[in-house]
Design a protein around this ligand. Structure first.
Ligand code: NDP
Length: 287
């Protein structure tokens, strides 16, 4: 396209994002703090800028994919004048508050701002399964959607710039706790001579099937009636057997004990006859 794009940050992720733009024919300028990382992209047709300021001046659209919020501030704070009137899409992982801070900074500087959260590893960029979440300027999202769609499935959540980060981190919260659950199961069966690979062969289809339960939980949570029919009541999900078996295997119990505590707080509060979705109240209202 005739859009001039500049990419700041050529780490594992930034270099793949830039490479996809070059391949698609965008006039792409790249910059990285440490030299050398642009060489491969230049060989593919990108132009290397010697400074971040030069890169910003070369592009009507500036993509930032740096390490963290602090590195973004360090690079962009001195460049507010150069960025004025341009568009900034920040794909650096930040907290929602940091995303909102960058959006407020951009508004003061006269920069159109879109924040993004990348739900993919670099190898997935440009392939099915990659997802990038966006929030901030709807105008920026709509205008550059064809470019964004080169990288991943693009989803826009609204003009609050913090929403993409919030979704990103909420999804990662779910992932990490699920991964810890897998590790717990693998540790349980290991003393019986079961390899982690053998356990994974059983766990992957099981957990995949169990994700089908999310929508049922969601309907109960959104409906606000945890006593709704068709669910196992909380008092039958005490997890005592799982903890006992874990102890018998001589392994730690904290991963599962966390869930048991969430359940028990609701039983103790008199909700033992309600469904499992009720434990969200233990999380919403911390002890
Ligand atoms: P890397 O560690 O590979 O690269 C970090 C980049 O940030 C490098 O270009 C580095 O430059 C630059 N940088 C760090 N500090 C500064 C600074 N103070 N000033 C200027 N530049 C700086 O990280 P990734 O490319 O993997 O990640 C980039 C962003 O993408 C992160 O926010 C990450 O959370 C996010 N992301 C990454 C994923 C992945 O799987 N890799 C997945 C989802 C999101 P230099 O070369 O000079 O050190």
């Amino acid at each position: 396209g005739s859009i001039r794009v500049s990419v700041l940050g050529l780490g594992a992720m930034g270099s793949v994002l830039a490479g996809a733009l070059v391949k698609a024919g965008y006039a792409t300028t790249v910059w990285n703090r440490s030299p050398g990382r642009a060489d491969e992209l230049v060989a593919q047709g990108a132009r290397a800028a010697a400074t971040a300021g030069e890169a910003v001046r070369s592009g009507q659209l500036v993509i930032a994919c740096l390490l963290d919020h602090e590195s973004v501030r360090e690079v962009l704070d001195p460049l507010s004048g150069e960025l004025a009137g341009r568009t900034l899409i920040n794909l650096t992982t930040t907290t929602p508050a940091q995303s909102r801070e960058s959006a407020a900074w951009a508004a003061r500087a006269g920069v159109a701002y879109l924040d993004g959260g990348i739900m993919a590893v670099p190898e997935m960029i440009g392939r099915s399964g990659a997802s990038i979440l966006y929030s901030g300027s709807a105008e920026v999202f709509e205008r550059y959607e064809p470019l964004l769609d080169l990288w991943a499935t693009s989803t826009y959540f609204g003009d609050d710039a913090g929403l993409a980060s919030l979704y990103d981190l909420a999804l990662l919260a779910g992932m990490y706790v699920m991964f810890a659950g897998f590790m717990h199961g693998a540790a349980m069966v290991a003393p019986a001579g079961v390899t982690a690979g053998e356990f994974a062969a059983m766990a992957a289809p099981w957990l995949t099937a169990m994700t089908g339960g999310f929508h049922g939980f969601a309907a109960v949570i959104d409906g606000g009636d945890y006593a709704a029919e068709g669910q196992q009541s909380l008092r039958f999900s005490d997890l005592g057997d799982i903890l006992a078996a874990s102890s018998e295997q001589g392994i730690g119990t904290e991963v599962v004990a966390v869930v048991q505590r969430l359940i028990r707080r609701q039983i103790d509060a008199g909700h033992g006859d309600e469904g499992f979705a009720r434990i969200i109240e233990s999380i919403r209202q911390p002890a």
